[in-house]
Ligand binder design. Structure first.
Ligand SMILES: N[C@@H](CCC(=O)N[C@@H](CS)C(=O)NCC(=O)O)C(=O)O
Length: 208
Protein backbone atom coordinates (compact mmCIF):
# COMPACT_ATOMS: atom_id res chain seq x y z
CA UNK A 1 0.00 0.00 0.00
CA UNK A 2 1.41 3.47 -0.84
CA UNK A 3 1.97 6.04 1.86
CA UNK A 4 -1.05 8.36 1.76
CA UNK A 5 -1.68 11.85 3.07
CA UNK A 6 -5.05 13.47 2.50
CA UNK A 7 -5.24 17.23 2.94
CA UNK A 8 -8.68 18.73 3.39
CA UNK A 9 -10.46 21.23 5.57
CA UNK A 10 -10.96 20.54 9.25
CA UNK A 11 -14.70 20.15 9.04
CA UNK A 12 -17.18 17.36 8.57
CA UNK A 13 -18.25 16.97 4.94
CA UNK A 14 -17.25 18.54 1.66
CA UNK A 15 -15.33 17.26 -1.32
CA UNK A 16 -12.67 15.52 0.76
CA UNK A 17 -15.04 13.54 2.95
CA UNK A 18 -15.82 10.56 0.67
CA UNK A 19 -12.11 9.72 0.33
CA UNK A 20 -11.62 9.98 4.09
CA UNK A 21 -14.53 7.63 4.65
CA UNK A 22 -13.45 5.16 1.95
CA UNK A 23 -9.98 4.83 3.47
CA UNK A 24 -11.42 4.57 6.99
CA UNK A 25 -13.96 1.90 5.95
CA UNK A 26 -11.20 -0.19 4.35
CA UNK A 27 -8.91 0.25 7.34
CA UNK A 28 -6.21 1.79 5.13
CA UNK A 29 -3.78 3.91 7.13
CA UNK A 30 -3.47 7.51 5.95
CA UNK A 31 -2.12 10.72 7.35
CA UNK A 32 -4.67 13.48 7.61
CA UNK A 33 -3.82 17.11 7.26
CA UNK A 34 -7.04 18.78 8.43
CA UNK A 35 -6.61 22.43 7.51
CA UNK A 36 -8.30 24.97 9.81
CA UNK A 37 -10.21 27.55 7.74
CA UNK A 38 -8.12 30.28 9.38
CA UNK A 39 -4.96 28.76 7.83
CA UNK A 40 -6.41 28.47 4.33
CA UNK A 41 -5.35 31.88 2.93
CA UNK A 42 -1.76 30.98 3.81
CA UNK A 43 -2.01 27.43 2.44
CA UNK A 44 -4.03 28.06 -0.74
CA UNK A 45 -1.12 29.18 -2.94
CA UNK A 46 0.76 25.96 -2.16
CA UNK A 47 -1.96 23.78 -3.73
CA UNK A 48 -1.81 22.94 -7.46
CA UNK A 49 -5.19 24.50 -8.39
CA UNK A 50 -5.95 26.61 -5.32
CA UNK A 51 -8.38 24.12 -3.80
CA UNK A 52 -8.71 21.03 -1.61
CA UNK A 53 -8.67 18.03 -1.40
CA UNK A 54 -5.07 17.20 -2.22
CA UNK A 55 -3.85 13.62 -1.96
CA UNK A 56 -0.18 12.79 -1.53
CA UNK A 57 0.79 9.29 -2.69
CA UNK A 58 4.35 8.23 -1.85
CA UNK A 59 5.32 11.89 -1.97
CA UNK A 60 3.56 12.71 -5.28
CA UNK A 61 0.54 14.98 -5.36
CA UNK A 62 -2.82 14.57 -7.06
CA UNK A 63 -5.94 16.79 -6.89
CA UNK A 64 -9.60 16.73 -8.05
CA UNK A 65 -12.03 15.14 -5.65
CA UNK A 66 -13.74 12.64 -7.92
CA UNK A 67 -10.43 11.44 -9.35
CA UNK A 68 -9.20 11.03 -5.78
CA UNK A 69 -12.42 9.16 -4.93
CA UNK A 70 -11.81 6.76 -7.81
CA UNK A 71 -8.20 6.21 -6.82
CA UNK A 72 -8.88 5.56 -3.14
CA UNK A 73 -12.02 3.63 -4.12
CA UNK A 74 -9.77 1.22 -6.05
CA UNK A 75 -7.38 0.90 -3.11
CA UNK A 76 -10.32 0.37 -0.74
CA UNK A 77 -12.29 -2.00 -2.98
CA UNK A 78 -15.08 0.60 -3.04
CA UNK A 79 -14.98 1.27 -6.80
CA UNK A 80 -16.47 -1.19 -9.30
CA UNK A 81 -14.02 -3.22 -11.40
CA UNK A 82 -16.65 -3.76 -14.11
CA UNK A 83 -16.39 -0.87 -16.66
CA UNK A 84 -20.16 -0.35 -16.92
CA UNK A 85 -20.67 -0.33 -13.15
CA UNK A 86 -17.70 2.05 -12.91
CA UNK A 87 -19.42 4.37 -15.39
CA UNK A 88 -22.57 4.32 -13.23
CA UNK A 89 -20.49 5.10 -10.15
CA UNK A 90 -18.79 8.01 -11.99
CA UNK A 91 -22.12 9.31 -13.26
CA UNK A 92 -23.48 9.65 -9.74
CA UNK A 93 -20.32 11.28 -8.38
CA UNK A 94 -20.24 13.79 -11.24
CA UNK A 95 -23.96 14.54 -10.87
CA UNK A 96 -23.42 15.34 -7.19
CA UNK A 97 -20.49 17.54 -8.20
CA UNK A 98 -22.78 19.44 -10.63
CA UNK A 99 -25.33 20.27 -7.98
CA UNK A 100 -22.73 21.00 -5.30
CA UNK A 101 -21.12 23.49 -7.68
CA UNK A 102 -24.46 25.29 -8.13
CA UNK A 103 -24.90 25.61 -4.36
CA UNK A 104 -21.24 26.58 -3.81
CA UNK A 105 -21.74 29.53 -6.17
CA UNK A 106 -24.10 31.07 -3.57
CA UNK A 107 -21.72 30.90 -0.59
CA UNK A 108 -20.28 34.39 -0.85
CA UNK A 109 -23.39 36.25 -2.04
CA UNK A 110 -24.99 39.09 -0.04
CA UNK A 111 -27.81 37.69 2.07
CA UNK A 112 -30.73 38.91 -0.07
CA UNK A 113 -29.25 37.37 -3.21
CA UNK A 114 -28.30 34.21 -1.34
CA UNK A 115 -31.87 33.85 -0.13
CA UNK A 116 -33.37 34.29 -3.60
CA UNK A 117 -30.88 32.01 -5.34
CA UNK A 118 -31.02 29.26 -2.73
CA UNK A 119 -34.82 29.24 -2.72
CA UNK A 120 -34.76 28.91 -6.49
CA UNK A 121 -32.17 26.12 -6.26
CA UNK A 122 -34.25 24.27 -3.64
CA UNK A 123 -37.39 24.48 -5.75
CA UNK A 124 -35.58 23.67 -8.99
CA UNK A 125 -32.22 21.92 -9.45
CA UNK A 126 -31.80 20.48 -5.93
CA UNK A 127 -35.27 18.92 -6.05
CA UNK A 128 -34.56 17.60 -9.55
CA UNK A 129 -31.18 16.08 -8.62
CA UNK A 130 -32.66 14.48 -5.49
CA UNK A 131 -35.51 12.96 -7.49
CA UNK A 132 -33.33 11.79 -10.38
CA UNK A 133 -30.69 10.29 -8.08
CA UNK A 134 -33.42 8.43 -6.25
CA UNK A 135 -34.65 7.09 -9.62
CA UNK A 136 -31.09 5.95 -10.36
CA UNK A 137 -30.86 4.20 -7.03
CA UNK A 138 -34.19 2.47 -7.66
CA UNK A 139 -33.11 1.43 -11.14
CA UNK A 140 -30.05 -0.34 -9.68
CA UNK A 141 -31.71 -2.29 -6.90
CA UNK A 142 -32.56 0.45 -4.41
CA UNK A 143 -29.66 -0.02 -1.96
CA UNK A 144 -26.47 0.99 -3.76
CA UNK A 145 -25.72 3.07 -6.85
CA UNK A 146 -23.27 0.73 -8.59
CA UNK A 147 -22.04 -2.83 -8.51
CA UNK A 148 -24.70 -4.00 -6.06
CA UNK A 149 -22.63 -2.95 -3.08
CA UNK A 150 -21.17 0.05 -1.31
CA UNK A 151 -19.00 2.29 -3.49
CA UNK A 152 -17.57 5.79 -3.40
CA UNK A 153 -20.75 6.95 -5.22
CA UNK A 154 -22.80 6.05 -2.13
CA UNK A 155 -20.28 7.89 0.06
CA UNK A 156 -20.50 11.01 -2.13
CA UNK A 157 -24.31 11.01 -1.96
CA UNK A 158 -24.12 10.42 1.80
CA UNK A 159 -21.99 13.56 2.20
CA UNK A 160 -24.34 15.64 0.04
CA UNK A 161 -27.48 14.51 1.88
CA UNK A 162 -25.76 15.19 5.18
CA UNK A 163 -25.00 18.73 4.06
CA UNK A 164 -28.58 19.36 2.93
CA UNK A 165 -29.96 18.07 6.24
CA UNK A 166 -27.35 19.79 8.40
CA UNK A 167 -29.02 23.19 8.64
CA UNK A 168 -25.78 24.83 7.50
CA UNK A 169 -27.31 25.90 4.18
CA UNK A 170 -29.56 28.84 4.98
CA UNK A 171 -32.79 29.02 2.94
CA UNK A 172 -32.62 25.37 1.89
CA UNK A 173 -35.21 23.44 3.90
CA UNK A 174 -33.53 20.68 5.90
CA UNK A 175 -36.46 18.33 5.29
CA UNK A 176 -36.16 18.60 1.50
CA UNK A 177 -34.37 15.23 1.09
CA UNK A 178 -36.97 13.50 3.29
CA UNK A 179 -39.82 14.99 1.26
CA UNK A 180 -38.36 14.44 -2.21
CA UNK A 181 -36.07 11.44 -1.91
CA UNK A 182 -36.71 9.26 1.17
CA UNK A 183 -34.74 6.39 -0.38
CA UNK A 184 -31.64 8.61 -0.56
CA UNK A 185 -32.19 9.41 3.10
CA UNK A 186 -32.36 5.67 3.82
CA UNK A 187 -29.05 5.28 1.98
CA UNK A 188 -27.65 8.16 4.04
CA UNK A 189 -28.74 6.36 7.24
CA UNK A 190 -27.18 3.08 6.05
CA UNK A 191 -23.83 4.75 5.37
CA UNK A 192 -24.01 6.72 8.64
CA UNK A 193 -24.47 3.46 10.54
CA UNK A 194 -21.67 1.62 8.74
CA UNK A 195 -19.23 0.51 11.47
CA UNK A 196 -16.24 2.03 9.62
CA UNK A 197 -18.01 5.37 9.25
CA UNK A 198 -19.12 5.40 12.89
CA UNK A 199 -15.59 4.57 14.02
CA UNK A 200 -14.12 7.36 11.87
CA UNK A 201 -16.49 9.97 13.31
CA UNK A 202 -16.01 8.69 16.86
CA UNK A 203 -12.23 9.01 16.39
CA UNK A 204 -12.65 12.65 15.33
CA UNK A 205 -15.26 13.46 17.98
CA UNK A 206 -17.89 14.22 15.35
CA UNK A 207 -21.49 13.59 16.33
CA UNK A 208 -23.97 13.10 13.51
N1 LIG B 1 -12.66 20.63 -8.81
C1 LIG B 1 -12.08 20.60 -7.50
C2 LIG B 1 -12.71 21.70 -6.67
C3 LIG B 1 -11.94 21.92 -5.40
C4 LIG B 1 -12.61 22.97 -4.52
O1 LIG B 1 -13.13 23.99 -4.99
N2 LIG B 1 -12.57 22.72 -3.22
C5 LIG B 1 -13.11 23.67 -2.27
C6 LIG B 1 -13.51 22.94 -1.00
S1 LIG B 1 -14.74 21.72 -1.21
C7 LIG B 1 -12.06 24.69 -1.90
O2 LIG B 1 -10.89 24.36 -1.84
N3 LIG B 1 -12.49 25.93 -1.62
C8 LIG B 1 -11.61 26.96 -1.16
C9 LIG B 1 -11.14 27.88 -2.25
O3 LIG B 1 -11.50 27.65 -3.43
O4 LIG B 1 -10.42 28.81 -1.94
C10 LIG B 1 -12.28 19.22 -6.87
O5 LIG B 1 -13.24 18.56 -7.23
O6 LIG B 1 -11.46 18.82 -6.03
Amino acid sequence: MPKLKLTYFDFHGGRGEPARLALAIAGIAFDEDRVPLADWPRRKADTPFGGLPVLEVDGAIVTQSNGINRYVGKLADLYPSDPWEAALCDEVMDAVEDIVNKVSATFDLPDDQKKAQRRALADGPITLYLARLQQHLDAHGGRYFAGGRLSVADLKVFVWIHHLKSGKLDYIPTDLPDRVAPKLVALYERVKNHPGVKAYYAKHGIAE
